[in-house]
Design a protein around this ligand. Structure first.
Ligand code: PBG
Length: 329
């Protein structure tokens, strides 16, 4: 048969490629993670995340203004807590004048329309580096959920628009939703880290916040009793659907690139927005390869972001957000 169908016709030049392109990247796709520290005038680079920084609150103001001017309208806040303030129950997380609560207010005062999401988990506050309370070598579930709900309420009171529980305890979304409703924070949303895997890609993040699980007898050495087994795919759907039932407004898959199958699976079955988190280790890998001259940084970065969109993500949490948006021009 004579060749009639030629797929390459749709790739002949830039104009036709643009016309038939299925996905595009815009500043509206991004959620920008921000690391906050105590102090003044601080902008310190994270060793394992070149080009990414921790900011003290005064410097944070400039950063959020810069993000806003680039069209980046949503941030996800993380705090590095002073060692002396850490304990097993993450007591400091409930301090109405704690670093997170002040960070929320700082962003809202500086850029009132910026959407503020906050990470909710015990690990930055935990003397053991765990997302929940450790008892007899186990991270206990229900007691942890109670505290996570109280932390969420405290963030809402400080002005957070969304709380983002990243702990993977069972029932935490329900606990958080019920307390927020009861206290009349009916419009405070929940973005649940619903399918969060026990991944080795979080290493640089734990450096950034000094939040790695400690090496100690009777303390779990990893997060495998709460974060998901990397071997599981169907389980991600179960986790996600339960979180939606419990009241999650947005669900998330984490990490990103190695979990694009999960992003697509989730996208196909849910009726809420799907977020993906391109985590610290993914950022570090590309930075390292680019530093060595082995990969074209910008091209690979854009290719990865496009992969998230193609997989079905509505929202991308990424340390590359600013670089990408600058590149888009
Ligand atoms: C805390 C939390 C982690 C990340 C986001 N929230 C680390 C962990 O679960 O150990 C990882 C983010 C990243 O690696 O970029 N619960």
């Amino acid at each position: 048969m004579q060749q009639l169908r030629r797929n390459r016709r749709l790739r002949t030049n830039d104009a036709i490629r643009s016309l038939v392109r299925e996905h595009t990247i815009t500043p509206h796709d991004f959620l920008v993670p921000l690391f906050v520290v105590e102090g003044k005038g601080i902008k310190e680079e994270i060793l394992s995340m070149p080009g990414y920084y921790r900011y003290s609150l005064d410097v944070l103001k400039n950063e959020v203004k810069a993000l806003w001017s680039l069209g980046l309208k949503s941030v996800l806040l993380f705090v590095k807590v002073l060692d002396g303030l850490k304990d097993n129950k993450g007591t400091e997380a409930l301090n109405a004048d704690g670093l997170m609560q002040r960070a929320i207010k700082t962003v809202k005062e500086t850029t009132p329309d910026m959407l503020v999401m906050t990470d909710v988990a015990l690990d930055p506050y935990s003397s053991y580096g765990h997302d929940g309370i450790v008892e007899n070598g186990y991270v206990v579930n229900d007691e942890t959920c109670k505290i996570l709900a109280e932390i969420s309420l405290s963030h809402a009171q400080a002005g957070a628009d969304f709380v983002a529980p990243s702990d993977m305890m069972d029932g935490r979304i329900l606990a958080i939703r019920e307390l927020l409703e009861k206290e009349n924070f009916k419009n405070t949303g929940i973005m649940s880290y619903s399918a969060k895997y026990a991944s080795a890609f979080y290493g640089p993040f734990r450096d950034a916040l000094d939040s790695a699980p400690v090496e100690m007898l009777h303390v779990p050495k990893d997060k495998k009793t709460y974060q998901m087994d990397v071997a599981n795919r169907d389980e991600a759907i179960k986790e996600t659907l339960i979180d939606i039932e419990e009241g999650a407004d947005i669900v998330m898959v984490k990490p990103g690139l190695c979990y694009l199958d999960i992003v697509r699976d989730v996208r196909d079955v849910v009726d809420v927005p799907v977020a993906v988190y391109q985590v610290s280790g993914e950022y570090a890998m590309l930075k390292a390869a680019a530093e060595k001259g082995w990969l074209d940084h910008d091209a690979v970065m854009l290719e990865q972001i496009m992969a998230f969109k193609r997989a079905g993500a509505h929202i991308i949490a990424s340390y590359f957000a600013k670089d990408v948006v600058r590149l888009l021009g």
